[in-house]
Design a protein around this ligand. Structure first.
Ligand code: SAH
Length: 218
């Protein structure tokens, strides 16, 4: 059992060194979170030995958990300092939310697939991630009652940034989301300022589909 645990700790350390730090991620909070969150517990047992590899993994229901580097890059781009309330669209396995929960005050995460929603909510309880609040709904409509958010991360790809999410972003806030076609997208970062929106293109990526009122049709 202890050897098993040590194995995962060692693999995780290697992942952080070779995939995260070596590729230029410098935010200490992101590095610390990725060093501590047990990624292998967010995938099925059969997949646990692959959890620290340099690739995305299936999480059931036709969905995937992103490659570790993409998660680090998206999280770093949110420029978090600790006091934030962050909204995530696409809870999936819960790994991205768990990373955020180590860095910020509170994470609000929405999932539209009921199986994943129930399964991941249970996992958050079991692993005692008490600052993650979950919701089963269409995340393209955001979470108006809890808005505005200091940062928003969308972990599925749409053809546009959903208008409600821009509305629910605080002035001074950052939003990161893959935008494009069905099979490939560009990772966009937007910053909301007093006078308008600043958009930065962070490069190509590939995500599962964001499905909902302000996303793709089912
Ligand atoms: N952040 C997740 C990634 C999961 S993949 C993780 O760390 O594992 C993307 C997820 O987005 C899928 O679970 C999919 O069901 C969900 N999704 C797609 N469209 C959605 C929507 N409109 N609202 C909420 N979740 C959505």
């Amino acid at each position: 059992m202890n050897d098993e645990l040590n194995k995962f700790v060692r693999w995780r350390k290697n992942m952080v060194e070779n995939q995260i730090i070596a590729r230029g991620i410098m935010d200490p909070a992101v590095i610390d979170a990725m060093t501590h969150v047990p990624r292998h517990l967010f995938v099925s047992e059969a997949m646990a030995d692959s959890a620290y590899g340099d690739f995305p993994l299936p999480i059931g229901e036709g969905q995937t958990i992103s490659q570790p580097y993409i998660i680090a890059e998206m999280t770093q781009r949110l420029e978090l300092s600790g006091s934030e309330r962050v909204l995530e669209i696409g809870t999936g396995s819960g790994y991205q939310a768990a990373i955020l929960s180590q860095i910020v005050y509170r994470v609000y995460t929405i999932e539209r697939n009921n199986t994943l929603f129930l399964q991941t909510r249970k996992l958050f309880d079991k692993l005692k991630y008490h600052n993650i609040v979950t919701r089963y709904s269409d995340g393209t409509q955001g979470w108006k009652q809890e808005s505005p958010f200091d940062a928003i991360i969308v972990t599925a790809g749409g053809n546009q940034i959903p208008e409600p999410l821009v509305d629910q972003l605080a002035v001074g806030g950052r939003l990161v989301m893959p935008v494009g076609g069905h099979y490939s997208q560009e990772l966009l970062k937007i910053e909301k300022t007093k006078t308008g929106i600043i958009t930065t293109n962070l490069g190509g990526c590939r995500f599962v589909k964001l499905i909902g009122q302000h996303g793709w049709r089912e």
